[in-house]
Design a protein around this ligand. Structure first.
Ligand code: BES
Ligand code: MN
Ligand code: ZN
Length: 483
């Protein structure tokens, strides 16, 4: 979908459909354009459309104007209006038009601008909403929107914002593609070659092999990889455009989580191809940061492996040693995420980072606590968590903070090793984070559990069913504020 910004009036815009956003109950918003439009709208407002959030109605346009159709879209109550309402209305409206064969559409933006909101949020919702994953379909869907023209007098300012938004949306869609791709094609090696394909003048990529991991003493990560024939990869991306110490983002990259010998039930196991959603987000973020040439020093790490129950798989009760020397008793091989993250956090410390953020589909308990509506956030630094909260409000990739009480340390005590990797159901969300905290120590660190939000079982206004790509928009907005 190509985006254009034009300073022309609505009635002169040649298009299949012109989108007119309405706040609830306000039928007069377009009266100044044309008396025929005004008359049609008044009629609709008396019955079938009143501008409720995400309501849509498509009508033929009056003969005297250039657009062929008008799509009225509701933004809801004006007192509640936010950028999220705009994104949602956009996703709904643009998908609706696409599914009805429209190719060339336009948006009237003055109502959005009059509430001090940016029509760019509409573009964001539209680009994210029309995402499809058709790689494995023999017959592709022919319904595609070619042009979306934003009608606005503010062309220059919007063009700069548009570049940022298009870059972000492309990165979210890259993450979604990687996650939606099944694990027979999305192996650790495939993640590594995706990372290598992002390489350019300002983005260095290094892939550590199994023997390198052995040398480094990544016994925790290697213990997860042992049950699979797919070689693990430890992928490091480095983008440096600032002199201070780096921020490291680590993304859990289990390309398939069967649970290992602590095997998961068959029902729903196919979902576990999404257990590399954290890693996919990190790749999306690194791509966008380097394309936008943001003035930061950022390192991305993907510890990538499968978790399978092969003949040489790790067995419950085994003890392994992590990169920083701590020993771990593996009570449950399905609690593999914290093992690979422990080694990744240990490795990240070498860069003397000013912050480590990990993003991971870590626990089923995350969605038990928060459903599919929020990321669980835990960490050891207030300032960084506050900044993440701000970015979360802005992007609607919402976070909810959970505690790291020191008493949780007890839960992770092993009889024979420094730590155990599972302490049962009680507090499973927070104890998994506490486990990571033991490795982060006093380096500023925040953990984001995206197990409830990485995947959606239903279509949302701008997140089609499947991988959400969550984390990309959140962390890019955070980084923008960090500089
Ligand atoms: N990848 C899963 C967590 C998960 C579950 C993500 C469901 C998305 C949906 C993780 O590796 C896992 O298996 N966690 C276990 C840990 C338990 C054995 C301590 C869990 O949460 O059940
Ligand atoms: Mn698991
Ligand atoms: Zn997992």
């Amino acid at each position: 979908m190509n985006i254009y910004i034009k300073n022309i009036t609505e009635v002169n815009c040649v298009c299949d459909a012109l989108i007119l956003p309405f706040t609830e109950g306000d039928s007069g918003l377009y009266d100044h354009l044309d008396s025929n439009i005004s008359g049609l709208v008044k009629k609709l407002f008396s019955k079938e459309f009143r501008g409720k959030q995400n309501d849509l109605i498509l009508i033929p346009a009056p003969e005297n104007i250039k657009p062929e159709r008008l799509l009225l879209v509701g933004l809801g109550k004006k007192e509640e209006l936010s950028n999220e309402h705009i994104r949602q209305a956009a996703g709904k409206a643009v998908v609706y038009l696409r599914d009805r064969g429209m190719k060339n559409i336009a948006l009237s933006s003055h109502v959005i601008s009059s509430y001090n909101l940016s029509p760019i949020d509409f573009i964001e919702g539209a680009l994210l909403g029309v995402y499809t994953f058709e790689k494995y379909l023999t017959e592709k869907n022919n319904n595609k929107i070619d042009r979306l023209t934003l009608l606005s007098g503010d062309v220059k300012k919007l063009k700069d914002d548009l570049h940022w938004t298009e870059t972000i949306a492309t990165s979210v869609c890259l993450a979604r593609d990687l996650i939606n791709t099944p694990s027979n094609d999305m192996t650790p090696a495939q993640l590594a070659s995706t990372a290598l394909s992002l390489r350019n003048n300002n983005l260095k990529v290094k892939v550590l092999e199994k023997k390198d991991m052995q040398k480094l003493g990544m016994g925790a990560l290697l213990s997860v990889a042992k049950g699979s024939h797919e070689p693990p990869k430890f992928i490091v991306l480095e983008y440096k455009d600032a002199k201070d110490s780096p921020v490291v983002i680590i993304g859990k990259s289990v390309t398939f989580d069967s649970g290992g010998l602590s095997l998961k039930p068959a029902d729903g196991m196919e979902r576990m191809k999404d257990d590399m959603s954290g890693g996919a987000a990190v790749l999306g973020i690194m791509k966008a940061v380097s394309e936008m040439k943001m003035p930061v020093y950022l390192i991305g790490i993907l510890p990538a492996t499968e978790n399978l129950p092969g003949g040489s798989a790790t067995k419950p009760g085994d003890v392994v040693k992590s990169i920083d020397g701590k020993t771990i008793e593996i009570i449950n091989t399905d609690a593999e995420g914290r093992l690979i993250l422990a080694d990744a956090i240990g490795y990240a410390k070498r860069f003397n980072p000013k912050a480590i953020i990990d993003i991971a589909t870590l626990t089923g308990a995350c969605s038990i606590a928060l459903g599919n509506e929020a990321i669980a956030m835990m960490g050891n630094q207030r300032e960084l968590m506050d900044k993440i909260k701000k970015a979360a409000d802005k992007t609607y990739e919402r976070v909810w903070e959970m505690p790291l009480f020191k008493e949780y340390k007890e839960y992770l005590k092993s009889d024979i090793a420094d730590l155990k990797n599972n302490s049962g159901k009680s507090g499973a969300l927070v104890t998994s984070a506490y486990f990571l905290y033991e490795f982060a120590g006093n380096i500023p660190w925040v953990h984001l559990d995206i197990a409830g939000t990485a995947w959606t079982e239903k279509d949302r206004p701008y997140i089609p069913k499947g991988a959400s790509g969550i984390g990309v928009r959140l962390i890019l907005n955070l980084i923008k504020e960090l500089k």
